[in-house]
Design a protein. Structure first.
Length: 320
């Protein structure tokens, strides 16, 4: 019995030593950052900015692996089922918190199967309208909608952040805006520029060029604070108290990843997010860098899951 106990103790010690060593030398190979969207989108751009600047901090390259599809669930499921060793990471977004209420059954659990590393940024949606809409300020637009005007607003699809942004606005205003779902944000933006629909609540980066060209009027930002990119455009909450919808992205790793590895990744990404050139590049997209601790990000995600559940109910979107 003593020999067996001694062997077990020795095995446990060796296992612990190997574990500690692996954590100490991490990373020893290339790290993969999975982006669950096509290349070129705002999430992909943010991921690449961060990945490009992580090599000096980690001593290894961080490569982007785009795995789009199924409402960003394909990439998330891939990471959730990957080895918990810190070499496969997910660039998640608020969509993943929303998906927990939009899908009756998912092959992974966003909260249970993925461990938070850090929130990387907040991203505002921007309420823009076609110049033909006879309301050039947010207050005037609210009055216009309350007055029963015909307003069709587009979105990237049922349950998307654009849809939920508009649904919350319509609910708080007490208006009768009509939601028009598109197969992506780009077609919705195209139609509001063409005057086929009157408004859209779109990620700032996707519509800023049209605003600067005078093809769309910017009326309000969905986040709590104004965006430094458009400092003269009010936060919707300034005129409609209590209104706030903030999109976000952040890095997660499979649950079970050693705490030492998670903390090392957190420290490296937070350092990158403090670099002036990185902050400038993200700000150009309308993003506000964050850089939270794993514990803070975990608490934030829990709050977000509940918040988006409420917004999905308000929108009337049905779980698939």
């Amino acid at each position: 019995m003593l020999k067996l106990a001694s062997r077990a103790l020795c095995a446990a010690f060796l296992c612990h030593a190997a574990y500690a060593l692996s954590a100490d030398v991490y990373p020893s190979r290339v790290i993969k950052l999975v982006v669950p969207y096509p290349a070129g989108g705002s999430t992909d751009v943010t991921a690449r900015v961060i990945a490009d600047n992580l090599r000096p901090e980690l001593g290894r390259a961080v490569v982007i692996d785009n795995k789009p599809g199924a409402g960003a669930n394909i990439g998330a499921d891939f990471v959730a089922k990957s080895a918990p060793d810190g070499y496969t990471l997910l660039m998640a977004t608020s969509t993943h918190a929303t998906n927990m209420s939009l899908y009756k059954s998912l092959p992974y659990d966003f909260v249970r199967d993925l461990a938070p590393v850090t929130q990387t940024a907040f991203i505002p949606n921007l309420l823009v309208v076609n110049p033909q809409v006879p309301a050039t300020t947010l207050a005037a637009f609210i009055k216009y909608v309350k007055g029963g005007a015909k307003v069709n607003y587009g979105s990237a699809g049922n349950g998307s952040s654009q849809h939920l942004s508009g649904a919350l606005f319509n609910s708080m205003v007490g208006g009768d805006m009509v939601h028009v779902a598109y197969k992506g944000g780009a077609p919705a933006t195209t139609d509001v520029v063409a005057g086929q629909i009157q408004a859209v609540f779109a990620p700032l980066v996707e519509v800023i060029s049209f605003v600067k060209a005078g093809k769309l009027n910017a009326l309000g930002i969905t986040t709590r604070k104004r965006s430094p990119v458009l400092p003269d455009v009010p936060a919707i909450g300034e005129v409609l108290p209590g209104y706030e919808i903030a999109l976000w992205n952040g890095v997660l790793t499979p649950t079970g990843t050693p705490a030492e590895v998670v903390n090392k990744l957190n420290a490296a990404i937070v350092k990158v997010l403090k670099q002036p050139d990185v902050r400038k590049r993200l700000a150009e997209q309308g993003s506000e860098p964050v850089g939270s601790s794993p514990a803070e990000f975990k608490q934030f995600i829990g709050t977000e899951v509940e918040k988006w559940k409420t917004l999905v109910k308000i929108s009337g979107a049905q779980a698939e």
